[in-house]
Write a protein that binds this ligand. Structure first.
Ligand code: GDP
Ligand code: MN
Length: 393
């Protein structure tokens, strides 16, 4: 789960990581109110969306008066910001962070990320802050410094100092930078982050080491024990279909193609997507209904697939182990009774209660194309979608 920059900064502050003073604002009036509370003359008005690259896209404004703050707030609120991370459709700005301006001496990069191959947290740091780290990695890989953290010991002050020296933090600020990094690591571990990226981390002319930006991403599987993080969730920033799916505990990811998939088990779902592609089709989604789904869950899953206007055909591929084929069949019938079915549907059922499942589907009178192997199922749905006029790709 992603959170906004201002929320990330609140969290960092709790752990002793220095951040500029700032307040969130949902309207131009609130923006001015926030600006009045700030000590500094220069204020920064920052669009809050779950995407980076705001600076280059005009989402970060420097204001010298409160009237300028109001003007920038008016300009940004309601604007659709297109950055290199939002995709071409962009994201509408609904919140702003009004922050005290910082007198920047130099910008650095500091990121922590779970290195899955090493099963450890890796710290990535660079003297080249404020720009995309991917670009730095490609063009000047020697300017990236990396430390891997032993989970039993945690980030040590020694390692933090070594990072600071390697990216060229001035000697007299190394202690502050060390405190900063140890605090960030505490946030990362205590709150089950998957990414904590500070870009830029800046040193100011006044000799402070502060987080000018904060991008924190949390492991969804750990949210049950991080209720405070869950409070930060902003549904406006998430895909509607994915929100609906999470209500029913479905693992759903929207994709670009036009063949909807309903599958049980993540591995089978991946294999199903692969085989659709093998037959030159494109899946519209990844959907794992899970092992213990009931009729309501299956019904919700089917409706979810149908609600995507790009879907021109559906492939149901179920292996009934814990999941029973008759439950799947009942869910499909219940969903289509409510919303109809005017696109091709190929169903492949195998396993527990398979005959009962097939019987339920047969009795429903729905126009279903049965298949007995995965390859047959994929081939059939791709050709049915092709025939229906939609190119499968
Ligand atoms: P991003 O583009 O979405 O990553 O947004 P950032 O929060 O990183 O802001 C982009 C850039 O705006 C930073 O790299 C800074 O150069 C600049 N910026 C942000 N806040 C301030 C500030 O308080 N003072 C000054 N002078 N520049 C700022
Ligand atoms: Mn940034």
């Amino acid at each position: 789960m992603n959170i906004h920059e201002y929320q990330g900064k609140q969290l960092l502050k709790q752990y002793g990581v220095a951040v500029p003073q700032g307040f969130v604002a949902f309207s131009p009036d609130q923006a001015v109110e926030a600006a009045e509370k700030l000590q500094s003359n220069v204020k920064v008005v920052k669009a809050q969306i779950h995407a980076g690259g705001r600076g280059k896209a005009g989402g970060v404004k420097i204001a010298r008066t409160n009237e300028e703050v109001r003007a920038f707030a008016n300009e940004l609120l309601g604007k659709v910001l297109v950055t290199h991370q939002t995709g071409p459709q962009g994201k509408e700005v609904k919140r702003l962070l009004i922050e005290e301006g910082s007198d920047i001496e130099k910008e650095y990069y500091l990121g922590m990320v779970l290195d899955r191959s090493a099963s450890r947290v890796a710290v990535i740091a660079s003297s080249e802050g404020g720009m995309e780290i991917e670009q730095v990695a490609q063009e000047t890989p020697d300017r990236i410094y990396r430390e891997t953290i032993d989970p039993f010991i945690g980030l040590t002050p020694f390692q933090a100092r070594r990072i600071a020296f390697n990216i060229g933090i001035p000697d007299k600020l190394v202690n502050k930078a060390t405190k900063f990094m140890l605090g960030l690591y505490q946030v990362f571990v205590s709150k089950d982050c998957s990414i904590a990226e500070i870009n830029p981390l800046v040193i100011t002319k006044g000799g402070d080491v502060i987080a000018l930006d904060a991008k924190l991403n949390f492991d969804d599987n750990a949210l049950y024990r991080n209720k405070d993080i869950l409070e930060f969730r902003d549904l406006d920033e998430e895909d509607e279909k994915e929100i609906e799916a999470s209500k029913y505990g479905l693992n759903y990811i929207a994709l670009e193609g036009n063949i909807g998939c309903m599958v049980n088990g993540a591995g089978l779902a991946m294999a199903t997507m692969d085989i659709i592609k093998t037959f030159h089709g494109e899946p519209a989604n990844f959907l794992d209904v899970g092992g213990g789904a009931n009729k309501e869950k299956v019904e919700a899953a089917f409706k979810l697939i149908m609600s995507d206007p790009h879907v021109k055909g559906i492939l149901v591929n179920i292996f009934g182990g814990i999941m029973k084929c008759d439950v799947i069949a009942e869910g499909i019938v219940a969903a289509t009774e409510k919303i109809g079915l005017n696109i091709p549907l190929v169903v492949r059922l195998e396993g527990t209660n398979v005959d009962l499942g097939k019987e339920i589907l047969h009795r429903s009178g729905l126009n279903i194309t049965p298949a007995s192997t995965m390859a047959e199922a994929a081939e059939k749905i791709v050709s049915l979608v092709d025939q229906a006029g939609g190119v499968a790709k």
